[in-house]
Design a protein around this ligand. Structure first.
Ligand code: IPE
Ligand code: IPE
Ligand code: MG
Length: 247
């Protein structure tokens, strides 16, 4: 075995705890979201430094549309402002941004900002930053099934030809490796409709840190923890030890 530290290719993060961070300080929830942008910056810097190829950040779930209108409004405005403030550094660092989710639900203004960050960072070749916005894993899988059924009806694929790869190829994440490590901050330990299919063999890490407090060093620690994990994929560890012989 190589002594080289095992680095995940793809780290996915459920950025949770903004509201609690704000409430603990007697502030409005949206102030926690604003503070969370700094934690995104810390994450990108640490990920580029660690040589991570893909980082996916869960920024807004489809279920989050059900939050109070003023919070949703504040988040939409924050997405637009962040596109403007963060694009220059991302482009300079060689980070390519991709958006996954149901873009059709956004207002034209928000959609234009999201298109813009993708366009202006398209040449980035150091790391891909995927922002899951208006994302629902169940909807993503449902869309994939719908597409496959249409192809089958058109005679482009036969039922017996459908494999797990066929489904993976229809997901928003088609061109990416599955996440090796999924982090959820704030101490909650659930997926909340995030990358259900892609998470099949991911390692999980649930630090007790509210997202606005997340620093580069916390990302580094997550990478250390990942490196110490043993991934078995349902197989048996090869220890070189002999099993007792059967009589
Ligand atoms: C995560 O923080 C950000 C979004 C869901 C947009 P929360 O807003 O869920 O913060 P908590 O979980 O209420 O503290
Ligand atoms: C998941 O967090 C969505 C994001 C982090 C964007 P939530 O705070 O919305 O999830 P629940 O409600 O705790 O499951
Ligand atoms: Mg939350």
């Amino acid at each position: 075995m190589s002594e080289k530290k095992r680095i995940p290719r793809h780290v996915a993060i459920i950025m949770d705890g903004n509201g609690r961070w704000a409430k603990l300080r007697g502030k409005e929830r949206y102030e926690g979201h604003i503070e969370g942008v700094a934690a995104v910056r810390e994450t990108v810097r640490a990920a580029v430094r660690n040589g991570i190829e893909y980082v996916t950040l869960y920024a807004f779930s489809t279920e989050n549309w059900g939050r109070p209108a003023d919070e949703v409004e504040a988040l939409m405005s924050l997405f637009c402002k962040s596109v403007i403030s963060e694009t220059p550094e991302l482009a300079a660092e060689g980070v390519r941004v991709r958006i996954i989710g149901h873009r059709s639900h956004f207002s034209t203004v928000v959609r234009e900002h999201l298109d813009e960050i993708e366009r202006r960072t398209a040449a980035g070749n150091k790391m891909t930053l995927v922002l899951a916005i208006d994302y629902s894993s169940r909807e993503e899988i449902t869309d994939a099934v719908r597409n496959i059924v249409v192809k089958a009806a058109q005679g482009a694929i036969r039922a017996e030809e459908i494999t797990p790869d066929t489904i993976s190829a229809e997901l928003y994440t088609a061109a990416m490796p599955d996440p090796d490590l999924i982090i959820r901050t704030s101490g909650e330990s659930r997926l909340s409709n995030f990358l259900l299919w892609q998470a099949s063999y991911a390692e999980f890490y649930f630090p007790q840190i509210l997202w606005p407090d997340w620093k580069e060093s916390d990302f580094d620690k997550a990478i250390e923890i990942y490196a110490s994990r043993e991934r078995r994929y349902g197989l048996v560890k090869e220890t070189g030890e002999q099993l007792p012989k059967a009589d």
